[in-house]
Design a protein around this ligand. Sequence first.
Ligand code: HEC
Ligand code: HEC
Ligand code: HEC
Ligand code: HEC
Ligand code: HEC
Length: 368
Amino acid sequence: MKKLVLSVFVLSSLLFAESATQTCKKCHPVIVDEFENSMHRNSTIYSDAIHKAVWDKHPLKAKDEYTCAKCHTPNAKNEEDAKEGITCVSCHTIKDVEVHANVNKNVYSKDAKTFYSEEPGREGEKVVYKKESSWFGMNTSSVGSPYHDIDYTNEKFYNAQMCMGCHSHRKNSNEFMVCETSKEGAKSKEENCITCHMPKVDGTATTIRQTQKHSFHGFAGTRKNPQMLSKHVEIDFKKSSGGFEITIDNKAPHDLMLHPLRVVELRVNLLKDKKATPLKTHSFARVIGNEEGPSMPWLANKVVVDTMLKANEKKSIKYDAALLSGDKIEVQLGYFVVNPKALKKLNLEENEEAQKFTVLKQQHFTVE
Ligand code: HEC
Ligand code: HEC
Ligand code: HEC
Ligand code: HEC
Ligand code: HEC
């Protein structure tokens, strides 16, 4: 009886215009709550100050041609839609991804009420909900969703190629590759963009069919929930003649950071007799620009400097320091979201998040 009341409530609320995400929340509350805080939800000029700062400098702004929409506010038909950012429906209706040299393209299915999803063991299934015959049958049968159909047959949801319409690469009008995510991460079903950035976490995927776990929809990344990714980077210490070596092992199948605004830093402190001495900080970045030096992405035609940790790269950094048994080495690997050198140009000097140094991984070693 309880479920029947719920379904009538849901049905009637669907008759009112409300954001699709709020509709999903009735049956997927855990997922929607996570999503509200993600960068996909907050990918717009209204909710991402860093995106807005770059757009404000863009030459197309004067012409009001918001070409970023393709990825930052897909499928938005008006300004109200655009404020929603990337929505549940836009991702779950990606049918295919067309590969192009400058930028890929998402192919969306025409049917806005059938959602693609992934579930091992159900690869061949299409779950169709028939309102007339089974709406009230919901009490006895929990197959499918009483709101939408589900299509489990789309391979791109298993190997994560559905992420690659927006994330693969982008060339600017100089035919210069502004950013690129290696395709290696979107090949296997066992480890890919989805398994790392949407790991299984506790909590039910729907209120109607209880599950132990669900795929994390807060999307672990640079801006949000980076601690969920720290296990994919390893730091090691080795004593060597005249000093020591710190090794960083990037287990991600792509450059550790992908956006050209980022700067990664390795910070090392030597602790001797309770006194901490900071050693030289090493920076890792892929800076793009032109003949005049670093530039905004649309003006770039070359890589100015590229020291970024590459896909699956293991990099050793040497330090000269006389070590004694009992000394401690404190290592921090972290990053700035916006290169400190670009803060002023982007008018982000007052923005806390843009200036913050985020520690991705921290480790201590004791000299034997
Ligand atoms: C009236 C309740 C209800 C509403 C509203 C609803 N869903 Fe669902 N949804 C379900 C149920 C129940 C399932 C589980 C079906 C199953 O496992 O057989 C489900 C499953 C799914 C799945 C696939 C899950 C899997 O097993 O992989 C996706 C994706 C999904 N919903 C997305 C959405 C989106 C996006 C919205 C909002 C536009 C939405 N749902 C609104 C009830 C609902
Ligand atoms: C419709 C385009 C689109 C699709 C599809 C898409 N993304 Fe994104 N993603 C974006 C945009 C745009 C941003 C940057 C938003 C911002 O920072 O303003 C982003 C940001 C991210 C981030 C960084 C988050 C952070 O906190 O820094 C991760 C991780 C990510 N996406 C993973 C994925 C994965 C995994 C998939 C596939 C399941 C995927 N994305 C599918 C457009 C997309
Ligand atoms: C082809 C898809 C695509 C297009 C078009 C696109 N972006 Fe993005 N953008 C992304 C993705 C994916 C990310 C996340 C990448 C990452 O975090 O490394 C992103 C991240 C960003 C970020 C970093 C935000 C942060 O999290 O700090 C900025 C700034 C940005 N985009 C600006 C723009 C602007 C301005 C435009 C339009 C002129 C634009 N983008 C067009 C896909 C796109
Ligand atoms: C950036 C793309 C993207 C967005 C946006 C997105 N999803 Fe998903 N979602 C996925 C992918 C990929 C999977 C399959 C992951 C898996 O099961 O391994 C998934 C799985 C699901 C599932 C399956 C159950 C589970 O195990 O988690 C449900 C339900 C769901 N999504 C609902 C939603 C709702 C509701 C929203 C909006 C609040 C949403 N999704 C937004 C990509 C997305
Ligand atoms: C083995 C795990 C792993 C896989 C697989 C993986 N990533 Fe990542 N990803 C990471 C780690 C680690 C980071 C860096 C830590 C952070 O951003 O906080 C990262 C960072 C990112 C970022 C943020 C970069 C930036 O500059 O802000 C995006 C966007 C992203 N990954 C997208 C993807 C996409 C798309 C795929 C699939 C093609 C993918 N990742 C596959 C582990 C993984």
